[in-house]
Design a protein around this ligand. Structure first.
Ligand SMILES: Cc1cc2nc3c(=O)[nH]c(=O)nc-3n(C[C@H](O)[C@H](O)[C@H](O)COP(=O)(O)OP(=O)(O)OC[C@H]3O[C@@H](n4cnc5c(N)ncnc54)[C@H](O)[C@@H]3O)c2cc1C
Length: 571
């Protein structure tokens, strides 16, 4: 066996969207990382393309908004939409998003966008490398072994065949939906299982398909006709893109569905040929003899499942390794990037000794319920948009997109719940062991008001500076340290926070916010305060001034307790 050749605080297995994001976020917190990826480079094909508000907010905070928006505008119209058509040339059946960005400016300084995964990954990779991440392609992780002090991984350079050992404190398994590490750890997946053996047909058309869309916004176009169900993503040129086919045949007829319980229509990939793909593509375009060239056909499994645990000792699952969803709603990559963002600051503060080890337990406590919710919501969208034959008995009601993207809430030891919330949760909960069980997992961002556990709301700080992408938002204050925000009369909290943080040796920035609308957006009086965690979620809130503490405690004593709690130091 090779001797240990490298020591690294965090080893990331998988250098695709989520592994690269984890490397970037960890480097932003100053953590040394090594990511290994068996492929020779980043993704070579478009898969993810629809990126949600929260993901773009996170990329903005990492300094990537301009690069990502620039590339997105090269590839797609900025205000594209998502609809459902009989074929590109045919009738529109439904319109899910007439304009992807309708209404977003009320909630965010940035936008939703379309950018192909193979264009996004190099942007994240370059930034992670610039910040010092070690990214090793053509390198496979063969095995992991944990002990009480760390993890030993065997990796192999695929070009030379040379094997070596890496010693890490922690490992992030961002190794995709088939996750060999998850398998090795014996972590089961549960949910709706395999929905379809799908295909993606990458193509180029010799004629411009854009005019077929007439005045319908270009973006994602679901296709529902007697030959197939799936969706198109057409790029800005109007003559290239891909068609996903999830189902084939006329499953709108209940007698057919009833006659074939094995659902052969969901096995598109089996024996797929270029001729068959061409037939499906032409039927989806709606012009029988249109000249198109098929560049590639990828086969993949549409699955809606969640891992039973996101953590095993020193190993954390993130991205598709932790939850695998059908692409409807564009949740897979987005949720994975947000997993990595949640985990990075926790690993950083645990490694530096600032946080207690129990902070790492809050990764599973916070992200797994959101992952499960996401699996269900992606499944609901799959059934509604593609596979109504599955019926609604096993589907959750649709949660609106704003609530899913920026209204999901955390409930863990790293959130200081307000007494009123705790009380009502206890009253409503099913049993005494789960006093917080009844807390909502999501709410509309208009209703979150900066309650602990919610994403900190966006408020522009400088109205004079405009409201465009360069204007400064509260969100731009978050990303590395804890941040205390007080209203214009919250000077006591401000001074107390700085003193408490200094004593606790915690990096904390403090700002008195005078922007109109700030206290209302955060649900506090002008003398109230909130502490926002490095991931942009509210950890603690005092609705009123420090003099109104029900226990009569000095503000500094209150904040010392709060910081200990947010960092899980007493657990
Ligand atoms: C057609 C389609 C459309 C989609 N559209 C969207 C969308 O619009 N929005 C969205 O957010 N998501 C979308 N998704 C989902 C998205 O592509 C995935 O969720 C995302 O790629 C997950 O990223 P990941 O890094 O977790 O996993 P992956 O992208 O699967 O990457 C895992 C990586 O780990 C590597 N690896 C595995 N084992 C090892 C090992 N032992 N050693 C070294 N390397 C290893 C693999 O080579 C791979 O590169 C779509 C998916 C499909 C199929």
């Amino acid at each position: 066996m090779a001797t240990i050749s490298e020591d690294v605080p965090v080893l990331i297995v998988g250098g695709s969207l989520v592994g690269l994001s984890a490397a970037l976020f960890l480097r932003r917190h100053g953590v040394d990382v090594l990511a290994v990826e068996r492929h020779a480079g980043t993704a070579i094909q478009a898969r993810a393309g629809h990126f949600h508000l929260r993901t773009v907010e996170i990329l903005r905070s990492a300094g990537l908004e301009d690069a990502v928006r620039g590339k997105s505008e090269e590839q797609y119209p900025p205000d594209g939409g998502i609809n459902n058509v009989e074929s590109l040339a045919g009738r529109e059946i439904a319109n899910y998003f007439p304009n992807l960005n309708a209404g977003v400016d009320e909630f965010s300084p940035t936008i939703r966008l379309f950018i192909n995964q193979d264009a996004l990954e190099p942007i994240i990779r370059a930034r992670a490398a610039e910040l010092g991440a070690r990214l090793r392609y053509g390198t496979e992780c063969l095995s992991l072994e944990q002990d009480s002090d760390g993890v030993t991984a065997v990796i192999r350079d695929l070009a030379s065949g040379a094997e070596s050992q890496v010693r890490a404190q922690y490992v992030i398994a961002a190794d995709g939906n088939r996750s060999p590490i998850r398998e090795q750890l014996g972590i089961a997946m549960n949910g709706h299982g395999l929905l379809s053996n799908s295909i993606t047909i990458y193509f180029r058309s010799k004629s411009d398909l854009g005019p077929l869309l007439a005045d319908r916004n270009q973006g994602v176009h679901y296709v529902t006709n007697p030959l197939l169900r799936g969706f198109f993503r057409l790029d800005r040129s109007g003559n290239a893109g891909f068609l996903v086919v999830n189902l084939v045949g006329d499953i709108s007829r209940p007698e057919i569905v009833a006659a074939y319980p094995s659902a052969p229509w969901a096995n598109v990939a089996a024996g797929i040929t270029e001729a068959r793909a061409l037939e499906l593509l032409r039927a989806a375009i709606g012009i029988p003899d249109i000249p198109v060239v098929i560049e590639n056909i990828a086969t993949w499994r549409a699955v809606a499942d969640s891992a039973d645990r996101y953590r095993d000792g020193r190993v954390f699952l993130a991205g598709d390794a932790a939850h695998t969803v059908p692409p409807n709603g564009g949740y897979g990559g987005n949720t994975g990037v947000q997993d990595a963002h949640n985990l990075a600051w926790k690993l950083a503060l645990t490694l530096s000794g600032v946080a207690g080890a129990a902070l790492l337990d809050t990764y599973d406590a916070e992200r797994r319920p959101i992952g499960e919710l996401t699996v269900e919501q992606a499944f609901t969208r799959y059934v509604n948009r593609v596979a109504p034959y599955l019926g609604t008995d096993n589907t959750q009601p649709l949660v609106d997109d704003f609530s899913m993207e920026i209204g999901y809430r955390y409930n863990s030891a790293a959130i200081v719940l307000e007494p009123a919330v705790l009380e009502s949760a206890v009253l409503e909960s099913a049993g005494p062991e789960s006093p917080a069980g009844a807390l909502p997992l999501h709410e509309h961002p208009r209703e979150s008001f900066g309650r602990p556990g919610a994403r900190a709301p966006h408020v522009f700080l400088d109205r004079e500076g405009g409201t465009g992408k360069d204007a400064v938002s509260t969100l731009d204050l978050f990303g590395t340290n804890f941040v205390l925000l007080t209203g214009p009369e919250g000077g006591d909290w401000h001074a107390a926070a700085l003193a408490a943080a200094k004593e606790a040796d915690v990096a904390l920035d403090a700002h008195v916010v005078g922007a109109p609308g700030f206290p209302q957006a955060y649900g506090i009086s002008p003398s109230g305060a909130v502490i926002v965690r490095p991931d942009g979620f509210v950890g603690w809130r005092a609705v009123a001034g420090s003099g109104d503490s029900p226990t009569g405690d000095e503000p500094e004593a209150v904040l010392r307790r709060v910081l200990r709690s947010l960092l899980c130091r007493d657990a």
